[in-house]
Design a protein around this ligand. Sequence first.
Ligand code: 6MZ
Length: 364
Amino acid sequence: MVDMEWCRSLPKIELHAHLNGSIRDSTLLELAKVLGEKNVIVFSDVEHIILKDDRSLQECFRMFDLIHVLATDHTTIKRIAKEVVEDFAAENVVYLELRTTPKKNEAIGMSKQSYMKAVIAGIKSVETVEVEFIPSDDISKKPVKTPPIVDSFGTNTKKMYVRLLLSIDRRETTAAAVETVELASEMKDSGVVGIDLSGNPCIGEWLTVLPALKRARELELPITLHCGEVPNHKEIQAMLEFCPQRIGHAIFLKEDQWKTLRSSNIPVEICLSSNVKTQCVPSYDDHHFIDLYNAKHPLILCTDDPGMFSTSLSREYYIAAKTFGLSKSQLHEMAMNAITYVFADGKVKKALEEIFEDYERKLT
Ligand code: 6MZ
């Protein structure tokens, strides 16, 4: 029988997780308390907002604005990047493609570059698992201080691959979006493997970001787009015609757009809890996951924002199993298939295949 413990023991690949959507509630509360003491915010006003579980899509974006106030400076960014990677490692995530929007804040001397430096410093300071971050020749030989996580199945997370996607926020200007793309290209040797387009889907225009996405393509940066989180059919059409390497969500597609998606074979990053909690999908039973799954369309189960939606990747696998009656071997196959869709190079894919083969050997 599939239970949470089994889902946790399964090696998993996370391809759609936003850094600032993955912060622990305890950390957010701690940061809010400090800002409350400095009279920057009123703690009692934000405490219940942080602890709220169900948020509409628009409430989520208001929450992100609050999170960006709480997690502003380099030290905090470093801390949250470390904690987020450790939390994914604790769920037996063996490859994490973490995405974040590089931020500029002149008042505190932050540039998009220095923001990313802080994120990387956080990833490199992880202590609970050996993190392979920069391509393997630079692999950190730092000893792991805390023993690796061992579960009752005898599997343990010894090593985790982490790569980064730089996100363009839909609020940004073309120039700011191009700046992010250029930065991503400069950082190809520092763990950046692609570009994401995200942000409030009710804000911004496709044509504003298109030049930046075309530039990313010129620079051979793989692209994933948040597509169809709201029923903007003109934009969904344009996104499908652009033919990115992956898309996230894919909720509000019209019949002919489903057909285009199906024939294009663009892999879909599926975020069950996010879609249901934001009420973009009425219930787990109604989720389009099962149509894509039955059609054997490439898909990857992801969390989106484990902090925001109080979930984990193990939990998303468990929800999929419970809702759609998937067996252990189906979940294992789905987790392993994700290797094909990672943006990292062939060497990493090979290493991931070995991790899954090793896991299978231990089971038999
Ligand atoms: C669209 C989302 C999102 O980049 O500051 N983000 N964009 N749809 C979603 N579904 C719920 N969840 C998160 O992480 C937070 C940012 O990620 C994007 C938003 O732009 C949000 O501000 P970073 O690390």
